[in-house]
Design a protein around this ligand. Structure first.
Ligand code: GRF
Length: 198
């Protein structure tokens, strides 16, 4: 039976696409059983639909408007995903911090892709912050990692895969972003392969 993956996205979905393609090329013995986005206009939802994968839009705003807290949002998100009985939950550009209300439903089954090296630039705009640190002579390289998400600590947790990404003097932010995204796609597949093949 192929490993069942739930993917959570918020944007373009290029990492989702990398997983779709890897499965199609039989590089991963897996099946994406659900794609959830917190943003309706996330292009990743169209990528999933084109690939025949069920999608779900789960916005935070209605909870805020109803005075409900993040735990309510995360509990409903976990209930929705649990229905698809995933083996792994993959955060591929999911831009919300998941509370324990979600994480405790899938203990040691949530993995996150982050465009920085372990311990460097946790949180949002990691690529931009790395670029600025390079310009300031503080770092010589950056990287990408996939890690387990055991608790609410942002972008920490046991590392499943990581890879350095060089930064060049001639780089603009866009060229660095492009190089990082290309490496992300490879590192995500490498991490999933390790999880699936054991
Ligand atoms: C990736 O850089 C991911 O690491 C970060 O958000 C971006 C998502 O890119 N958290 P995409 O939506 O997969 O193209």
């Amino acid at each position: 039976m192929p490993t069942r993956l739930a993917l959570l996205i918020s944007g373009n979905g290029s990492n989702l696409q990398a997983v779709i393609d890897a499965i199609r090329m039989r590089l991963l013995d897996a099946e994406i059983v659900i794609v959830v986005s917190n943003r309706k206009e996330a292009y990743g939802l169209q990528r999933a639909t084109k690939a025949g994968i069920p999608t779900h839009y789960h916005p935070l705003k209605p909870y805020r408007d109803a005075g409900k807290d993040r735990a309510a949002y995360d509990t409903d998100l976990a209930n929705l995903i649990a229905r698809y009985q995933p083996d792994w939950i993959v955060l591929a550009g999911w831009m919300h911090i998941l509370s324990n209300a979600f994480l405790q439903r899938f203990p040691y089954r949530v993995i996150n892709l982050h465009p920085a090296l372990p311990g460097q630039f946790p949180g949002v705009n990691a690529i931009e912050r790395a670029y600025e640190a390079f310009q300031a002579g503080q770092i010589k390289k950056t990287g990408v990692m996939v890690h387990l998400v055991p608790d609410e600590e942002i972008d920490s947790g046991p590392i499943l895969a990581t890879r350095d990404v060089q930064i060049y003097r001639t780089d603009a932010l866009e060229t660095l972003e492009q190089r990082i995204h290309q490496v992300e796609h490879q590192v995500l597949i490498e991490a999933l392969h390790r999880l699936i093949e054991g």
